[in-house]
Design a protein around this ligand. Structure first.
Ligand SMILES: *[C@@H]1O[C@H](CO)[C@@H](O)[C@H](O)[C@H]1NC(C)=O
Ligand SMILES: *[C@@H]1O[C@H](CO)[C@@H](O)[C@H](O)[C@H]1NC(C)=O
Ligand SMILES: *[C@@H]1O[C@H](CO)[C@@H](O)[C@H](O)[C@H]1NC(C)=O
Ligand SMILES: *[C@@H]1O[C@H](CO)[C@@H](O)[C@H](O)[C@H]1NC(C)=O
Ligand SMILES: *[C@@H]1O[C@H](CO)[C@@H](O)[C@H](O)[C@H]1NC(C)=O
Ligand SMILES: *[C@@H]1O[C@H](CO)[C@@H](O)[C@H](O)[C@H]1NC(C)=O
Ligand SMILES: *[C@@H]1O[C@H](CO)[C@@H](O)[C@H](O)[C@H]1NC(C)=O
Ligand SMILES: *[C@@H]1O[C@H](CO)[C@@H](O)[C@H](O)[C@H]1NC(C)=O
Ligand SMILES: *[C@@H]1O[C@H](CO)[C@@H](O)[C@H](O)[C@H]1NC(C)=O
Length: 858
């Protein structure tokens, strides 16, 4: 019953004893399918603006609101503005692996060593804004190498904060949840320095995976003839947030003589009631709050929270009092064998001076009181020819996760009671953490040397592994609920159709989490049997309450259908009969709604929206995308009826399915055109519009072993027409209409507005990132040459991975050709539609992976 392909079962190689002090073999066996991509200090990066429908900005100035900017976006380029030299920056600059556990928040350590997208203190579109890189500019790693009497100390930043020395170059590679930075600088001589950053992620173990901690391990190799002393430090500027405002009513407000944040923060320290402060640079006003209001980006404002730093037992902890979302603690844990030392100061200059001169900080154990910066340093002697590691673990504990003013808490507070516990937990056995990651990777990153079979192409292996960074938008609440935003710039929570696109890795790796969401959808099923689109709707609007569910959500062709298919999928792959038993009555109601209300007796879903909502297909009676989903759902329902032994429903479903197929054949299939038309309408008939991804449902039917939903000859013909008519250099454009799009309308912002551009051109010309991988999966199932079929998915996916160099920020839509934005992101950041590429290995496994010995069924 349960078919799980064995190439997703970990190929645990030679298992070494899990000794913490011997991390090196584990680090060295980590595999990357990208990089190292080098960033040089002399390269120039900056922002270039162009037009988008909406996307997630770097700087977020709102609270409890989707992180969206409309119309124009800033995107990072190398040599921006220079027409000849402007290009995508190296991999790791636009985006990088989000580090952090499942639902714990995360941040990215980018290719230049800077830190971005900080959400570990409960920053989400339901609360405070993410911190921007200006607020984190002094969150830095430093390294100092001493050989004899000479020493070099540099920040691991190619473009360091003003006044500090950085390295000449760093090479970035990422395999979620690991980032690796290879440091290159002549001043370190031949000493090799690689920084690994990783968090704990273990498939099918959502507890371990929810550890709020990240390890930073500096891997050292000394090929010289002399012993060297290497020191490694991390500074956390968590006592001060530059360009960050606290959005609340102050209790006290006064003018200062100087616009110096230390004066304002000290005023807060000496006021027993004060919990946070804010300095407005321009008018030198200091505000004190008796609470900790939510924060967001605001240039010209510096703010912070009351805090204390304490060092003991080789750990430095920042504690922020109160019961607010940003109250809690952050710990840097070190290994006592590496001579840890600590320092706290309002001036990072003081800390850097001490570290760069001596290679250690001032204290081993101390209650420091308040301070803007807390730093930890460790060091080790590396003898000639020796390899060593130095590790610093960052742990955090912010139990009061908020969701639109309600405290929903963090799951990890069931497991840990402080950031110290979290950091120590990860520190305790780094080797097995890395080993678990490697084992997980090896189910996707196939080792060509070891497996002498044809394997997945490298780009696909890379995107399978790194695509898992989509979990960054998930929330794991203290009561065990797992929830995920559609995207941070469009904040629907668990919209059924979006979750469907990212479902495969959930069912493979964290089936408990996806079942949790299914049960929530079930809970909000409407009286009439249809499933509501999302657990909390929202886009372009304030964030709603969590699990606010109905009413008044859109009726969609890929929601109730998907609920039925997903029930079957989860049961099929987990063999959880209790789950099926619980869902069954809801499935029966859903099937009933789908067949009767949903079609209005027309035999196919009637005037319903779908995930391709911008195309407004719901204005027509029937559309092809929903029609095939309907057939898929009926087909899955047939199987469920067999399992549940419900013959009456089976008959009903079978009749509906035959009728639906007949209607598709009569209304939507065009023998003359050789493809399915995008829609049919009683009044407007059915023009020769061709929609890419019309046959998404068929992709699922094949993955679930449900066979052809229509005649394979038609499916083949349709796919060839998608390629012939809709293809672009960036993938399949979403729709070809019966009259060509007028691309000469211009390009915004110069010529026309974004809305106009979308209306006239982009709505049909843009590339929705799921179409091409779906096309590939279908063609492989249909016996097309897999190498050739893969080219289509590669075109769309690898464009993002190795041309835009932005694979940790896949967008939902990219611009098509001919209107001035060719291949640039068009709409919705940190999106997960590309996760449909998980169907490809399933398609391929039928083709040739199953021939290999290591791949069997369980
Ligand atoms: C930048 O630095 C790298 C290595 O240090 C060097 O190879 C390259 O030529 C430099 N480029 C420019 C434009 O100076
Ligand atoms: C974000 O804000 C910072 C100032 O806090 C500014 O330097 C940076 O250019 C802004 N980034 C973008 C993409 O606008
Ligand atoms: C000042 O703080 C107290 C809590 O300590 C709060 O109840 C009160 O509303 C605040 N006053 C103002 C003016 O915001
Ligand atoms: C501001 O300066 C005046 C005059 O130098 C001094 O008396 C006063 O104490 C200062 N105030 C603060 C808040 O430092
Ligand atoms: C200082 O400027 C801010 C705007 O940046 C304003 O809201 C505030 O009222 C000003 N404070 C004083 C005391 O002028
Ligand atoms: C860490 O934060 C939690 C929650 O605010 C608090 O209960 C705990 O005492 C703090 N622990 C330390 C060591 O500061
Ligand atoms: C996960 O952690 C919770 C809280 O400590 C515990 O109750 C539960 O049994 C754990 N689950 C597993 C599978 O270990
Ligand atoms: C599936 O679960 C049933 C019990 O519900 C069990 O009898 C059966 O062996 C399981 N099948 C597999 C393949 O694990
Ligand atoms: C295309 O749009 C441009 C600009 O709006 C207009 O001048 C031109 O006539 C249009 N061409 C067609 C064929 O509609």
């Amino acid at each position: 019953m349960s078919i799980l392909f064995a190439f997703f079962v970990y190929q645990v190689g030679a298992v070494l004893a899990g000794r913490t002090d011997d991390l090196i073999p584990y680090l060295d066996s980590l595999q990357f399918r990208n990089g190292p991509s080098f960033v040089f200090a002399n390269q120039s990066f900056g922002w270039q603006q162009f037009c988008v429908l909406y996307s997630e900005p770097e700087n977020v100035s709102t609270i409890r609101y989707g992180w969206d900017s409309l119309g124009l976006r800033s995107y990072m380029f190398q040599n921006p503005g220079d027409r000849k030299k402007q290009r995508s920056p190296p991999l790791g600059m636009r985006s990088a692996v989000p580090l952090g556990g499942l639902g714990t928040g995360s941040f990215e350590l980018r290719g230049d060593g800077s830190i971005h997208e900080w959400t570990i203190e409960n920053q989400t579109p339901a609360g405070s804004a993410k911190l921007n890189n200006v607020a984190l500019d002094l969150a830095v790693f430093g390294v100092r190498v001493q050989s004899g009497a000479s020493s070099t100390a540099l920040l691991m930043r190619t473009h360091p904060p003003k006044g500090y020395p950085g390295v000449a170059s760093m090479g970035y590679s990422g395999s979620y949840p690991v980032s690796k930075l290879t440091i290159r600088d002549k001043r370190f001589g031949d000493v090799k320095l690689d920084l690994f950053a990783f968090s704990s992620l273990k498939p099918r173990d959502s507890n371990t995976s929810a550890t709020p901690a990240i390890a930073f391990t500096l891997r050292l190799n000394n090929p010289t003839r002399r012993s060297i002393q290497v020191s490694f430090m991390l500074n956390l500027p968590l006592g001060i947030q530059t360009d960050t405002a606290r959005l609340g009513k102050p209790n006290k407000s006064f003018k200062m003589n100087k616009s110096d944040p230390t004066l304002c923060s000290r005023a807060c320290v000496s006021d027993p009631e004060c919990l946070s402060w804010q300095m407005e640079i321009q008018n030198k006003t200091c505000l004190l709050f008796n609470e900790v209001p939510l924060h967001s980006w605001h240039p010209g404002i510096i703010s912070g929270q009351k805090n204390t730093w304490t060092a003991h037992d080789s750990m430095l902890t920042l504690n922020r009092p109160g019961n607010y979302p940003q109250s809690g603690n952050t710990t840097i844990a070190t290994d006592k064998g590496n001579s840890p030392s600590f320092m706290v100061s309002d001036s990072f200059g003081q800390i850097w001076k001490q570290f760069s001169k001596h290679g250690y900080l001032l204290s081993r154990a101390k209650s420091f009181g308040g301070g803007f910066h807390g730093a930890a340093s460790v060091s080790v002697t590396v003898r000639p020819g020796e390899d060593k590691t130095l590790t610093i673990v960052l742990g955090w504990f912010y139990p009061n996760r908020d969701f639109t003013a309600e405290i929903v808490g963090n799951y990890y507070s069931n497991i840990f009671k402080s950031s110290e516990e979290a950091a120590l937990h990860l520190s305790r056995d780094l080797a097995s953490t890395v080993q678990a990651i490697s084992a997980w990777h090896s189910s996707m990153i196939l080792n060509n040397k070891r497996n002498s079979v044809q394997t997945l192409p490298a780009w696909l292996q890379d995107v399978l592994v790194n695509g898992l960074s989509f979990w960054r938008t998930g929330l794991y609440l203290s009561d065990g609920r797992w929830r995920q935003f559609e995207a941070l710039d469009c904040i629907d929570v668990d919209s059924v159709h979006n979750d469907f696109q990212r479902e495969i890795p959930y069912v493979l790796f964290y089936p408990d989490l996806v079942k949790n969401v299914m049960r929530a959808w079930a809970k909000y099923q409407s009286k009439d049997g249809h499933i509501v689109e999302t657990l909390a709707a929202g886009c372009y609007s304030p964030t709603r309450k969590i699990d606010s569910g109905p009413p008044n959500q859109r009726i969609m062709g890929d929601v109730t259908t998907v609920f039925i298919v997903e029930t079957y999928h989860i049961y099929l792959w987990t063999n959880d009969s209790q789950f099926l038993k619980d869902m069954w009555p809801l499935v029966v109601k859903a099937v009933d709604w789908m067949i009767y209300e949903g079609t209005q007796g027309t035999g196919l879903p009637y005037k319903q929206q779908c995930t391709y909502d911008q195309l407004s297909l719901h204005i027509y009676d029937h559309n092809i995308f929903n029609s095939f989903l309907y057939v898929l759902a009926l087909r899955a329902a047939q199987e469920l009826c067999n399992i549940m032994d419900d013959q009456n429903l089976w008959k009903e479903v079978t009749t509906a399915m035959e009728f639906a197929k007949y209607r598709i054949s009569e209304e939507l299939w065009s023998e003359k055109d050789g493809f399915y038309h995008a829609w049919w309408d009683k009044q407007r008939a059915s023009p020769s519009w061709l929609m890419s991804d019309s046959l998404y449902a068929q992709v699922w039917a094949y993955t679930l072993g449900l066979g052809h939903l229509d005649e394979p000859s038609r499916i083949r013909s349709h796919l060839m027409k998608e390629l012939e008519i809709n293809d672009t250099p960036y993938g399949l454009r979403v729709m070809a209409t019966d009259h060509p799009t007028n691309k000469s309308v211009g390009s915004c912002p110069k010529d026309i507005s974004t809305t106009e551009l979308n209306k006239h051109v982009a709505i049909y010309e843009s590339i929705w990132i799921g179409s091409s991988p779906d096309w590939t999966a279908l063609q492989i199932h249909l016996g097309f040459d897999p190498q050739k079929a893969l080219l289509q998915a590669k075109k769309a996916i690898d464009h993002v991975r190795s041309e835009l160099n932005d694979q940790w920020n896949f967008h939902g839509l990219y611009s098509g050709t001919g209107y001035g934005l060719d291949g640039l992101p068009w709409c919705t950041s940190h999106y997960t539609f590309h996760m449909v590429l998980w169907h490809i290995p399933f398609a391929l496994s039928g083709q040739f992976l199953l021939g290999a010995k290591c791949h069997t069924f369980i």
